[in-house]
Design a protein. Structure first.
Length: 117
C-alpha cells in the first residue's frame, strides 16, 4: 500500500489550499482520512471519508473550513482547506482504514502546510 500526499505549501492566513492523496495497492472500499502533526504535538485526526463519500467526518477545529472528498475511479482523495489559520500549520498525512475508520492501518509520508499570520 502506498499513499502519497501532495499540494502543500506556504500561504498567508485566510488563504485556501487543496491537498491531494493518491493511493495504490489498496482496495477502493477503504475508508480514507487526513491527519496532521504540528511540531512538538501529537498527530491528530483532521477529516475522514467513506467509499463513495457517503459518510464524512471532521475535527471540530476544521469543521466548516475544510472539505474532504474523493474520486474512487482515480484512487484519489482531496482536502480543500479555506480560511487557513497559523494553527493549521503542520505536516498533513493521508491515511487508509480497512475497518471503516475506527483505526487507520496505513499512513503516507505527508506534505507540509505552513500558514503565516
Amino acid at each position: 500500500v502506498q499513499l502519497q500526499a501532495s499540494g502543500g505549501g506556504s500561504v498567508q492566513a485566510g488563504d485556501s489550499l487543496t491537498l491531494s492523496c493518491t493511493a495504490s495497492g489498496i482496495a477502493s472500499a477503504y475508508f480514507m482520512g487526513w491527519f496532521r502533526q504540528a511540531p512538538g504535538k501529537d498527530r491528530e485526526f483532521v477529516a475522514g471519508i467513506s467509499y463513495s463519500g457517503s459518510k464524512r467526518n471532521y475535527a471540530d477545529s476544521v469543521k466548516d473550513r475544510f472539505t474532504i472528498s474523493r474520486e474512487d475511479a482515480r484512487n484519489t482523495m482531496y482536502l480543500q482547506m479555506s480560511s487557513l489559520k497559523p494553527e493549521d500549520t503542520a505536516i498533513y498525512l493521508c491515511a487508509a482504514s480497512a475497518g471503516g475508520g475506527g483505526t487507520f492501518d496505513y499512513f503516507g509520508p505527508g506534505t507540509q502546510v505552513t500558514v503565516s499570520s
